[in-house]
Write a protein that binds this ligand. Structure first.
Ligand code: DX5
Ligand code: ZN
Length: 222
C-alpha cells in the first residue's frame, strides 16, 4: 500500500485557515484529515459542514473526515455534498448491522469508507466490517484532543494486517504521530499517517511531514 500523510487540520492555527490549508498543500501532504466531534461521543467539539465546505473550496486535496459523533448516519449525504472523500465512523456507536449500513451508504455516495477503533477496542472488532471498508483507523490516543501522548498499538495493527490479507484496505493511525512514532506503526503495517501538532507546530511543516513519510516508508514492510 502507498504511504500517505494526512495532516489533521484541527491542530492548525484556526484563526488563519486559508494560510494553513496552503501550508498543508506545500508540505506535500496527501490528504487533509478533518476531525468532526459532536461533544457527545468525545468530550470536545470541532468542525462542522460549513468549515468542510470552506476548506473544500480552498484545495483539491482529498478530505478524510473522521467522525467522532454518535449519529454519523444522519449526515452522510451532507458530508458528500460538502466535499468529503473519505468518511470514517467508530465501531462502537451502533449495532453491527447498522454500522454496515453506514459503510455501504458512504460508498454509495462515491466516498471511501473507514472504521475507527479507540485504543481499548480489540483488533477482532474489525472482522464484521472487513469486506465493507477501504480503511481501518487505529487510534493511537483516546479521541478528542490534539497533542496527546502516543500509545503503541503495534500489536493491534499487526493483527489487523493479518485479517486484511490481500484485500486493498489501508491502515491509518491517528494520535501522537511524528517521525519517532510513525515507524513503530509502519513496521506493524500502517500506511496512512495523521499528523496533528507535530505538523502544524513544527518550525517547518514540510520537513515534519517529509520526515514522517520517510521514516514510515523505511519501516513499512511493503
Ligand atoms: C484526536 C484527533 C486527531 C488529532 C491528532 O481525537 O482524531 O486527528 O487532531 O492530533 P495529534 O497528532 O496532535 O495527536
Ligand atoms: Zn482524527
Amino acid at each position: 500500500m502507498k504511504i500517505l500523510t494526512a495532516p489533521s487540520i484541527f491542530a492548525a492555527d484556526l484563526a488563519n485557515m486559508e494560510k494553513e490549508v496552503r501550508r498543508t498543500e506545500l508540505s506535500g501532504a496527501d490528504l487533509i484529515h478533518f476531525d468532526i466531534m459532536d461533544g457527545v461521543y468525545v468530550p470536545n467539539m470541532s468542525f462542522g459542514f460549513d468549515m468542510l465546505k470552506a476548506i473544500r473550496k480552498l484545495t483539491q486535496l482529498p478530505i478524510d473526515a473522521h467522525m467522532m459523533t454518535v449519529h454519523p448516519e444522519m449526515y452522510i449525504q451532507r458530508l458528500s455534498e460538502c466535499g468529503a472523500d473519505i468518511v470514517t465512523v467508530h465501531n462502537d456507536i451502533a449495532p453491527e448491522e447498522q454500522i454496515k449500513g453506514m459503510l455501504e451508504s458512504i460508498n454509495s455516495y462515491g466516498m471511501m469508507a473507514g472504521i475507527a477503533l479507540k485504543p481499548k477496542v480489540p483488533a477482532e472488532a474489525v472482522l464484521p466490517f472487513i469486506d465493507c471498508v477501504d480503511m481501518i483507523l487505529v487510534m493511537t490516543v483516546e479521541p478528542g484532543f490534539s497533542g496527546q501522548k502516543f500509545m503503541d498499538m503495534s500489536d493491534k495493527i499487526r493483527e489487523i494486517k493479518k485479517y486484511i490479507g490481500s484485500r486493498n484496505i489501508s491502515i491509518e493511525v491517528d494520535g501522537g504521530i511524528k517521525a519517532e512514532t510513525a515507524p513503530i506503526c509502519a513496521e506493524a503495517g500502517a500506511n496512512v499517517f495523521v499528523i496533528g501538532s507535530a505538523a502544524y507546530a513544527a518550525p517547518s511543516m514540510k520537513d515534519a511531514v517529509e520526515n514522517v513519510r520517510s521514516t514510515a516508508a523505511a519501516a513499512y514492510p511493503g
